[in-house]
Design a protein around this ligand. Structure first.
Ligand SMILES: [Zn+2]
Length: 291
């Protein structure tokens, strides 16, 4: 470390600082502590010599942050023509993915403004397949056969290849699809006949059941209080409307634009509504209650 006299020491330090040297580097070069360097920098107002902001950005801006359209614009036709076909396809695919991302973001924003959440669920095996995709269903069937083979192995039986049993394969597939359809009403507990309105929670991005019986919230005093309370918090009603029976995730039956079973999916679920059952017993008109 060369001996530096105090006046020169701080001049050297300021120079180093202006060239971009770190505080620790300066401290080592002039033989003082980092704290002393920092104090001098602040007291004497040292500044770093920097390129203009524009030059810095230009130098460090990664190419991929440029919009694709610009990027394509700067590529001369000659270069584009010489690009390998698969490169061009990859580029087009990337642009398409970007467009799709933009479109879905836009759709999400539009949806945020709406008080209704569109739900896309299945009502029959074909729709289950569309909803989950054929590949996923195939995977589930394969797992089903996998389980079967484990059982067979335990019993000392030969492993079977699903491909050799097309009928069994088709049957397993159908069972799985049907299971999905049945699940929508499978968990309804006959003893729990709480009336609910299915809602969408935008924070957890899940459907949930808002109880709308008198004993909950302020429902007795103010019909719809519970739903309104959650709507004010950004929750949405589902569209299509879902059955009001607790744990039933089937859509409410609609006929000619009218709720066929007063907000329920079926006569059975409608009859489980105590109020509707009482009114029916008392002979009160239950128009639309039959079907
Ligand atoms: Zn139902």
């Amino acid at each position: 470390m060369p001996k530096v006299i105090p006046g020169e020491r701080w001049q050297l330090a300021a120079d180093l600082y202006s060239k971009g040297e770190s505080l620790a580097g300066i401290a080592r070069a002039v033989g003082v502590s980092v704290t002393a360097v920092r104090k001098h920098r602040d007291d004497d107002g040292w500044v770093r010599e920097l390129d203009t902001a524009e030059a810095v950005v230009q130098a460090f801006k990664p190419e991929q942050t440029q919009p694709v359209s610009e990027l394509m614009g700067v590529l001369s036709e000659e270069i584009v023509a010489s690009m390998a076909a698969d490169e061009r396809i990859a580029e087009l695919e990337r642009r398409l993915a970007e467009e799709q991302a933009r479109a879905s973001l836009l759709a999400e924003r539009v949806e945020d403004q709406s008080s209704v959440k569109e739900v896309h669920l299945y009502e029959n095996p074909q729709q289950v397949e569309e909803y989950y995709g054929s590949q996923r269903i195939e995977d589930m069937v394969s797992k089903e056969f996998g389980r079967l083979n484990i059982e067979r192995l335990k019993q000392g039986l030969e492993r079977i290849d699903p491909k050799s049993f097309p009928e069994e394969y088709a049957a397993a597939r159908e069972r799985i699809l049907q299971e999905f359809v049945s699940r929508r009403t499978k968990w309804v507990d006959p003893s729990a006949n709480v009336r609910v309105v299915k809602m969408w929670n935008p924070h957890t991005k899940t459907m949930w059941q808002c109880p709308v019986e008198d004993q909950f919230n302020n429902e007795k005093m103010f019909r719809g209080a519970a739903v309104l309370k959650y709507k004010a918090k950004g929750h949405k009603l589902l569209s299509p409307y879902m059955c009001q029976r607790m744990n039933c995730w089937a859509f409410a039956a609609v006929e000619d634009g009218v709720m066929k079973y007063r907000g329920y999916c079926s006569p059975a679920h409608m009859q489980s509504d105590l109020y509707i059952a009482e009114s029916a017993k008392a002979g009160v008109s239950t128009s639309g209650a039959t079907g």
